[in-house]
Design a binder for this molecule. Structure first.
Ligand SMILES: *[C@@H]1O[C@H](CO)[C@@H](O)[C@H](O)[C@H]1NC(C)=O
Ligand SMILES: *[C@@H]1O[C@H](CO)[C@@H](O)[C@H](O)[C@H]1NC(C)=O
Ligand SMILES: *[C@@H]1O[C@H](CO)[C@@H](O)[C@H](O)[C@H]1NC(C)=O
Ligand SMILES: *[C@@H]1O[C@H](CO)[C@@H](O)[C@H](O)[C@H]1NC(C)=O
Length: 367
């Protein structure tokens, strides 16, 4: 008031978040800050994403092109974590298994399941092999190293999109299933594997996050695990929110914020109007929704389009997740605020794409 403003925070993180440039046009709800709202970048062994681990290309040929190559060592990871920490950002690793592990097999023999064609190995490999004790020893060693480098109390263990066809083809896996009393129910095998690695994380004093698939297969996962919803339409994820919270599990919602899915027009409006707590359940159940997550998957994204595609879409989701719902119910009132914020980003050198036709004040002062 009267040209003055003051900001008091109980912790340094509150002060970092209370950035005045936002405070001038937003009323923040203190409770919303204590939620666990995150932005998810997937680091994959796929050359389409800038943060990748890959072997050095052949540079011996004359005039060889030097692509942007990152070999991530522990000290690089520590640098990223420290850079983020000073900006009030926590970096959580996801080590997704047993699916999505093709690249792991290159470095760790016997980790992946050999697929069979009839009675002989076909030469192809499937998900991590859940039938071998060595798998769990490897995972324990890996997760121990991960938890020594990433200080955060959460580790994401994946567990999504496991294709059972290779497990089905493998006679050793089938024999293991018989021995364990799983019959031919491969969802039980995946549940067994996930329960084992969630137990490793618990032993390491970390909290596991897993994709919804794990709950869908097997509701009896350790209660402390956080479930991550990524699938489906609003009707579907509302049902999932009800089911998971009814089972007493904590949930992170990502399904409505897959911002790599682009479409013509102002798709940020869809991200803005999501109501994560609009599902049938008690007040106790609603408290178990610990936040939302914006995801940007790397299939069509690299250093050339990451930033424009990310912003201002992620800003829309951020205001939804970080602000009191009552103060932010109008998408039309959000428009000028978001447009202004996008201009702030541009002025600070962040190449955020426009929301619509127009220009920023700093770009044109008139002739
Ligand atoms: C699962 O893997 C098999 C063998 O690689 C493949 O033929 C099949 O299309 C895959 N299924 C799905 C749903 O991706
Ligand atoms: C995981 O830990 C729980 C609690 O200690 C235990 O009951 C369960 O059998 C363990 N699961 C596996 C697959 O080892
Ligand atoms: C376990 O983690 C919690 C939360 O991160 C921490 O407060 C506690 O000191 C840790 N305990 C051990 C034995 O490391
Ligand atoms: C809230 O959920 C109901 C269905 O349960 C739906 O009809 C309504 O559109 C939702 N509201 C919003 C803003 O998503």
């Amino acid at each position: 008031s009267a040209g003055k403003a003051s900001l008091n925070a109980e912790t340094v993180w509150g002060a970092v978040r209370g950035d005045y440039s936002q405070y001038l046009f937003e009323e923040h709800d203190a409770m919303a800050y204590s939620k666990f709202n995150v932005f998810h970048w997937h680091i994959v062994d796929d050359p389409s994403f800038p943060y990748q681990s890959q072997t050095f290309p052949d540079l011996s040929r004359k005039g060889a092109f030097h692509p942007m190559t990152h070999i991530y060592t522990q000290s690089d990871v520590r640098r990223v974590i420290s850079h983020a920490r000073l900006r009030g950002i926590r970096v959580l690793p996801e080590f997704d298994s047993p699916g999505h592990t093709k690249s792991w097999g290159k470095g760790q023999s016997d980790l992946l399941t050999p697929c069979y064609s009839g009675s002989t190995p076909s030469g192809a490999f499937g998900p991590v092999n859940p039938a071998l004790p060595s798998t769990y020893q490897f995972m324990a060693t890996l997760l121990k190293e991960v938890s020594s480098v990433f200080p955060d109390s959460y580790i994401h263990l994946g567990g999504d999109e496991v294709n059972f066809s290779c497990w089905k083809s493998n006679p050793d896996v089938r024999a293991f299933m018989q021995k364990m009393g799983f019959g031919v129910d491969f969802t039980k095998l995946e549940a067994f594997y996930m329960e084992n690695i969630v137990n490793i994380t618990t032993f390491l004093n970390k909290t596991a996050i897993v994709w919804q698939d794990v709950f869908d297969y097997h509701e009896l996962i350790p209660k402390d695990t956080v479930l991550h919803i990524w699938k489906g339409s609003p009707a579907n994820y509302r049902k999932e929110l009800s089911r998971m919270t009814k089972a007493g599990m904590r949930v992170l919602l990502a399904a409505p914020w897959y911002i790599n899915h682009i479409s013509y027009g102002q798709d940020w409006r869809n991200y803005y109007t999501v109501q994560p707590l609009n599902f049938s359940g008690t007040a106790e159940q609603k408290k178990l929704v610990i936040g939302g997550e914006v995801c940007m998957w790397g299939e069509y994204v690299d250093a050339t389009n990451l930033t424009p595609r990310l912003w201002p879409r992620a800003s829309a989701a951020a205001e939804r997740l970080w602000s009191d719902e009552k103060q932010t119910s109008s998408v039309d009132k959000a428009f000028p605020r978001l447009q202004d914020f996008r201009c702030k980003l541009v002025r600070r050198g962040i190449r955020a794409e426009p929301l619509y036709v127009g220009h920023c004040k700093h770009e044109y002062q008139g002739v």
